[in-house]
Design a protein around this ligand. Sequence first.
Ligand code: HGY
Ligand code: MN
Ligand code: MN
Length: 423
Amino acid sequence: MSNSVAPTPGAAVSQDRQWDRLMQMAEIGAIPGEGVNRACLTPLDREARRLLIGWAQAIGLSVSVDPIGNLFLRHEGSDPEAAPVLTGSHMDTQPNGGRFDGIWGVIAGLEAVQAIRESGTPIQRPIEIVAWTNEEGGRFAPGCMGSMAWSGDKPANTWDAVTDPQGVTFKQALLEHQQAEADLPRRTLGPAAGGPKPAFYLEAHIEQGPRLEAEEMDIGVVTGIQGSRWFVVELRGETAHAGTAPLGLRKDAVQDMIRAITALNALMTDPQDVLRFTVGRIEVSPNTSNSVADLVRFTIDFRHPDKDVLLMNGDAVENTVRGAVKHCEVTVTERFHALPVEFDAVVQNAVEDAATAQGLKTLRLPSGAFHDAQFMVPICPTGMLFVPCRKGISHNPAEYSSPEQLAAGARVLAAALAELANR
Ligand code: HGY
Ligand code: MN
Ligand code: MN
């Protein structure tokens, strides 16, 4: 960059620097097809955090970690006592994740703050970049544990006993994580522990849907997030010999699972295709071809933008399963309950104004994916900005946004953060 100081934060954003950082991050947990598998609270997660911390410290940001592992990078403003503007997202990925979901929001936050500093823009409020713990819920269900604990939506010890597929508890993994990062300064658990509330929260994320690309828009001004409810259904029957046990005497957990899912499909039928219903994980025991299954555990991910539908259909899940199952004992547990949220007009308008000022085309749209921003809404004026992603593909190694699209997002983020930090 030339010696002359860029006039504005947006103009000081470096497309190459941001893309290079994203590609370095994508190497940590890289999987075939240009994907990433970087689960929360793992050595890979810590390697990525160290890389980010190095970049942050190199530009003078202070680093701290809270009791559930949320990582904060702080840029001081002229008024250190002022409530900060918070931005960020998550660094953990799905097992079959892409190079941009979550991590771009953190890298874009760093790029925006670096651009604000390099532009010499005076900033009153501190700006903090946060990397939330376990947004995805892939290793430990549910997602958004870090933001739920930090905001006080749930007590931080809610998930201590939750285990990953290897039987490691969240509590054990968090302890190991905190020990490995013992050198990092600590901070309290935010508003949940009586800590200060931010003045604003603005999260940048890829859309994970097809609309911005299809409608040839540059920036999504996100209006809110639909509701999500997660359940685990456990069916316990009896195992038996596949060759000798008469069908009429069996307590076959797989056959009962089929009955239950068929009934749930009927409950969740929506001719308008607004409702989202997914059975994404199925565990079967003993999981051999010649023994009748005595245990099935399957997950339900149910989403809807209308709170009444989310409550009505979600509350009907257990009775629908019980009414369909013939032979097994049934246990239905709700694991995640996030109501639909609307984002604050002030933050939406800050994003729209910043994008328009940069000659970018904007579209106001809701988010189908959940985000940590969902749990910031009760805490402070909250919003999100989206950039397009190719064919809307996400939670898939083929996930892609271009350097130009991501740089445009970072420029809008930089301008919006600077504006909010001087309010
Ligand atoms: O599942 C979600 O909506 C988010 O991408 N974790
Ligand atoms: Mn995400
Ligand atoms: Mn995701």
